[in-house]
Design a binder for this molecule. Structure first.
Ligand code: ADP
Ligand code: ZN
Ligand code: ZN
Length: 750
């Protein structure tokens, strides 16, 4: 026991605890919660976050090591941020050190300063004397550099010049600087850079005159600024949700507050970013996955310093240090990319956005044309307020949706005759056509018709996809890549591509409609930043007439002249083991259908299916997404799936299927033992264990996957159970033979 003041530090380790350190010679008062500190850890030095300052420690004095360094003048996490992240660590049952690390850009985890610094070069007294003597005589570049610095010397009293200034004045000065520094004539220092000036007023571009529904939504959310409220902006595609976001953000800015806007994937929604840029002149920090570590640091600093008044970003931006936060917007709240479902800390950015807004006392807006069933259930339970935009803003009529029964019409290369005729009709009338197929590549199967061989992935329970244009076979699950064989490796007979991918549909469309320019949009063609914008431009300008693509085409683009949308395979969603598959299918259909007829002309949507009688599909057609949601929620409630229960999944993988199952089987036994202990019976009884079972695709990238689900109608009981169970899981000997992770509120079940 020590009664020295200590700092309790969160370190990026999988251990579920804080570590005590002596506050150092300057005393505990010198370190406040939320600053980064450098501390000794075993034989290493780590950067961690001071979480608490305490008056004493359980550890004896001689075992307390000192904090080596405080890195920040100001905390990187203010008390509200620390509290939110502690809540998240608790809720997702993840070690606090890793949670805090995940909330910082990599450069800061490695020790970069929170405030911009500047590299400045100065003359040393020796350097000044040397320059006065006329040295160095045979190195004109060095002489010039000394001269430039000597010049500033007399004016700025030794202020020197920044590297940026030198870049402007002199060419190739760095080499000269290095040589002079080696002689002791120059010195380089890092100093705080002058903060970039921020425009002081919230300069705003002209807004649209809102229609009645938009006006009501803006007023309801706007009146709630300054206190918590969760609003679901349920607006059909094209109903003008973005305009509502813009006007709500404008009101927050006028109150001197900032706004945090979360979007699924920026590369896929360039239009939203540019509409924010066009509307507001205030500095905006944009955070997304394509940034370099340095760019991410700069964006974080812009938010942290308060310069950026709008922070717009993908999932992890929910942790961005937006100052004076006034409102949070989550666009396309149903999008699964808001859930981090890989790596260690698996969180839902949408759910954390609501928690953050609640703790900060600000409104949060969850926008979607197809809200998740969880969110709709929160509306039904009066926890969230629904604001509906039922009409398309620009007076466009809603599209007509109909089913094409694949069993009763001739199908050629994946397209039924009525679909081909409809495409012809719309092209003839001057419209553009969008063809949606959720499968990239040329064909999903390579088959030998003589012996029945099918090209398999060696490392996955999956077939290889044919990519004809590059003559490769690829696995879409592990990335395996090999040459496309001409003959069957088993019998030598010629092989054949079976089934349709976007590449093949593009080829088919080119044969059916020669001379009609067609573009394809999927992950094979959209590789670099700008590829997406280029495709958008060609569609908007009318240069291209047909767009064929995957999920990518369903995201918020506006093509006013698209009058027909064809969905080629609506059926995948019905065969999945995941109880959320029908919800995803309905969302995709509604989103892609929303791309039709956004301009003056009414749109038409054709859905090819082999199950035209499927009840959920019929409710979607008859009563729209609302009708579908009612039917699907009833099913969920009967089966007691979320949102009518809470789920957690323990997933693992191992070199063999047996090892993957063995750990989870022991885990289940450990859970049953806990249940056996009478005292804890109350929570244990309301928790159901399902599994373990191999994942639907058990083998992926050479590893065997399995999962065990934990379900309870009582959220608190589930979390108490996890608190007791996780230490037991961690201490199982078999835990060391697998890779495993806990996923609270999993949204994808394998
Ligand atoms: P959503 O995000 O709901 O899909 P958008 O915000 O993209 O819809 O709006 C669809 C189209 O309607 C855009 O071209 C937008 O400029 C236009 N729009 C939105 N609100 C109005 C309005 N009040 N008056 C006229 N046009 C509007
Ligand atoms: Zn063969
Ligand atoms: Zn594979």
């Amino acid at each position: 026991m020590s009664s020295l003041p200590v700092v309790r530090v969160a370190l990026p380790t999988p251990l579920r605890r804080l570590f005590d350190y002596r506050a150092g010679p300057a005393g505990a008062g010198a370190i406040e919660p939320g600053v980064r500190v450098r501390v000794p850890f075993g034989r290493r030095r780590l950067i961690g976050i001071a979480v608490e300052v305490a008056a004493g420690s359980e550890l004896p004095e001689e075992r307390l090591k000192p904090v080596l360094e405080r890195l920040d003048p100001l905390p990187v996490f203010d008390p509200a941020a620390l509290a939110l992240l502690a809540w998240a660590a608790d809720y997702y049952h993840h070690p606090i050190g890793e949670v805090l690390a995940a909330a910082l850009p990599k450069a800061l985890r490695l020790g970069a300063p929170t405030h911009p610094t500047e590299e400045r070069w100065l003359l040393t007294p020796e350097g000044r004397e040397a320059y006065a003597r006329g040295e160095p005589r045979r190195a004109p570049r060095q002489r010039q550099l000394l001269g430039a610095l000597a010049g500033t010397d007399s004016i700025h009293q030794g202020a020197g010049l920044s590297a940026a200034d030198l870049d402007e004045k002199l060419q190739a000065w760095r080499e000269a600087a290095r040589a002079l520094k080696a002689r002791g004539w120059l010195a380089a220092v890092e100093t705080a850079a002058a903060p970039a000036a921020a425009p002081d007023a919230a300069a705003v571009g002209p807004s649209l005159e809102p229609n009645e529904e938009q006006r009501l939504a803006i007023a309801r959310i706007g009146d709630s600024l300054g206190s918590f409220g969760a609003f679901v902006l349920h607006g059909v595609t094209g109903s003008g949700k973005t305009e509502v976001y813009l006007q709500v953000v404008e009101r927050a800015l006028r109150l001197g507050r900032s706004a945090l806007v979360l979007v699924p994937e920026i590369g896929l929604t360039p239009q939203l970013v540019s509409r924010f840029r066009q509307r507001f002149a205030v500095p905006m920090a944009v955070l997304h996955s394509a940034l370099t570590d340095h760019e991410r640091l700069l964006a974080w600093r812009d938010a942290f310093s308060g310069r950026a008044r709008i922070v717009l970003g993908t999932r992890s931006a929910v942790f961005a240090p937006a100052q004076d936060l006034g409102v949070i917007v989550v666009d396309e709240e149903h999008d699964t990319s808001f859930k981090q479902h890989e790596g260690g800390f698996r969180y839902s950015a949408r759910d954390l956005a609501v928690v953050r807004a609640h703790r900060a006392g600000v409104p949060v807006v969850l926008g979607s044309a197809t809200p998740s069933l969880e969110t709709l259930q929160n509306v039904a339970a009066a926890r969230y307020t629904r604001l509906a935009l039922t009409r398309r803003a620009a007076d466009a009529a809603p599209p007509r949706i109909s089913l094409l029964d694949l069993r009763s019409s001739a199908v050629h290369a994946g397209m039924s005759t009525p679909a081909v005729q409809a495409i012809e009709r719309h092209l003839h009338a001057g419209g553009q056509v969008l063809v949606f197929l959720n499968r990239r590549g040329y064909a999903p199967t390579l088959l030998c018709t003589a012996c029945g061989w099918i090209a398999p992935c060696r490392d996955c329970d999956a077939r290889l996809t044919v990519h004809l244009s590059i003559a490769r076979l690829r696995c879409h699950h592990c990335g395996a890549d090999s040459a496309l064989p001409q003959r069957c490796p088993q019998c030598g007979f010629a092989v054949k591509s079976v089934g349709q991918g976007t590449e093949r549909i593009e080829e088919t469309l080119a044969t059916l409609f020669p001379g009609i320019p067609c573009i394809r949009l999927d992950r094979d063609v959209v590789r670099r930043r700008g590829d997406m914008e280029e495709a958008m431009r060609r569609m908007s300008s009318g240069e291209a007439r047909i767009l064929v693509g995957t999920q990518m085409v369903t995201k918020g683009h506006d093509f006013p002249n698209v009058t027909l949308v064809v969905v080629l395979n609506a059926d995948q969603g019905f065969f999945s083991t995941d109880f959320r598959a029908p919800e995803r299918l309905a969302q995709t259909i509604v989103q892609v259908a929303g791309r039709a007829g956004r301009g003056e002309r009414a749109g038409e949507v054709l859905i090819q299916t082999e199950f035209p009688d499927h009840p959920l599909l019929l409710s979607l057609l008859a009563d729209g997404y609302d009708g579908f949601a009612r039917a699907a929620l009833t099913e969920r409630s009967q089966a007691s799936w979320p949102p009518f229960s809470r789920l957690a999944a323990v997933r693992d993988s191992a070199g063999t299927a047996e090892a993957a199952l063995a750990f989870l089987t022991e885990g289940r036994k450990a859970a049953e033992e806990l249940r056996g202990h009478g005292a804890s019976g109350s929570w244990a009884r309301s928790v159901r264990l399902l599994g373990p079972a191999p994942a639907a695709m058990a083998k992926r990238a050479g590893r065997h996957h399995a999962q065990l689900l934990v379900e309870s109608a009582d959220r608190a009981a589930l979390h108490r159970f996890l608190d007791a169970w996780l230490p037991a899981l961690e201490s199982l000997p078999s835990a060391r033979r697998v890779r495993w992770a806990l996923d609270v509120d999993p949204i994808e079940l394998f």
